[in-house]
Structure formats: C-alpha cells, structure tokens
Design a protein around this ligand. Sequence first.
Ligand code: ATP
Ligand code: MG
Length: 246
Amino acid sequence: MRNRELEQTLALIKPDALKNSLTGYVLSQLSEFHTGLIFAGTKVVHVTRMLAEVHYEEHRGKVFYPSLIDYITGCVHYPEEPHRQRVIAIVYQGPDAVKKVREVAGPTNPHAAREQKPGCVRSLGTIVTLKDGTGKEVGERMDNLIHASATDEEAEREIKLWFKPNEIPPFMRAYSTARSEELCYFRDDALLPNYEPDSVCVVAPGDVMWESDLEALRLIQQGRQAPCGLRDVVAKYLLNETTGNC
Ligand code: ATP
Ligand code: MG
C-alpha cells in the first residue's frame, strides 16, 4: 500500500464480545486515542453462512471449522435469539492499521494471549473443547472476541468481502471502484439477468462497485475463469437480507 494514511484493516467484534458486554471495551482499546486509527466504515451484520464460509475459507476441512462457522454466525452464543446473532464490522484506517489492530487483539489462542500479552483483548477470551457424538474430545474452538486482518492483502480481500464501496465515505476508499452498467440479481447460487421472486439485486446500472468485483462478475457471466468465486462477490449484497442461520 503506497499511501500509508489510507492503510486499512477489518476488525470484527465477534458474538462472544457482544454477549459479554465487551463491545465498549474493545472500541475503547481501538480508539484513535490509543491507536491513532480512525473509522472508515462500520455496521451491524447478521452474518450469513455464505459470508462466514467465504471469510473462513482457509480453515475449511479443519476439525474446528463447523464450530467456527457456528461461532461467527452467532449460533453458539445466541442459538434461540436470532435478533442477537450479529457482529460489528469495522474498517479502521491509518498508518500501520493492520499491525496496530493485531497488537490490540493479541495472540489467536486466549490461553497464549493471557501468558504472552496480559491486557490484550484476546486475553479475555475462552477455549471450548469440541467433542464428537460419543463424547470423545476432537479439538477446540477459540472464542477470542475479535477478528483482525493479518496482512494488507487479507485486509483488502476482507474489506471488499464485508463492505460495499458506498458504505465507506468516498475519500476513505482505499481500493479502486467503478460504476456498473450491468443489471443482475442473485438466487440459488446463480446470477439472473432479471428479477425473479426471492432474488436479490446485486448490481444495477450506475451503482459503484469494487472494480475487482465488477471484473470478476463479468468473467463469471461470460463463463470464464475469474480470480474469485461468485459467492465472494455477492455475499455482502445478501447481508441483513436473510434470516435463519442456525
Ligand atoms: P482472526 O482471523 O480471527 O483475526 P487469527 O488471524 O489470529 O484470527 P486465524 O488462523 O486466521 O487466526 O484463525 C481464524 C479463527 O479461527 C481464530 O480467530 C480462531 O477463532 C479460529 N482458529 C484458528 N486456529 C484454530 C485452532 N487451531 N483451533 C481452534 N480454532 C482455531
Ligand atoms: Mg486470521
């Protein structure tokens, strides 16, 4: 990233932080006073399975993956209260944004966080033992309160995954945008040229999109190889549109 002032990172305040009333604490730790970073975007999100799976794609197939998806969608902490199944997604901006938010978060594993960095946010997290149907221990889930992008590349992927350009003020957009001339809808894992019942409008003529999303959509529509999948592009358009994760 050339302009350090425009460096950005994605932070997620996860369902366990909301449940334990730690939202204010996390926001305070990440405040401009403590980190020098400012908000570029923020929203409350009912995380769909689609978004969770795309976000945690790198962990697919691992023993803790199903539990990780249940965790980020709010199904672990609020199984009976869909209206509470949400995370707070924030884009922080400023020099060393990625590094600074990771520092406040601390080590991934809350036990390691307590040993290595007392006082970091994740030192307040917990580890939950995962068992199979017979009660045998098969792994663990780390309820660590906050997500923070690990690199500039990951931050770009994640910010584009969670936020549309128009959810970030124009002068705070770190990545190229383009105005679409296309109209397309999404339903059942496919793009549709016209509205059909239960479809969601992904893009209409005149909409501002991430340029990389627009390019990927064009390639997908032409049946050509795209740098990312359809779900990576459309997931953010389905946020807060659908209910029923668990
Ligand atoms: P995050 O991406 O949430 O900021 P991280 O970058 O420190 O965390 P990742 O390797 O990206 O760590 O893992 C993403 C999430 O998956 C972790 O926050 C944690 O909840 C869970 N996780 C990662 N590794 C393990 C593991 N070995 N066992 C259980 N859960 C894990
Ligand atoms: Mg990570």
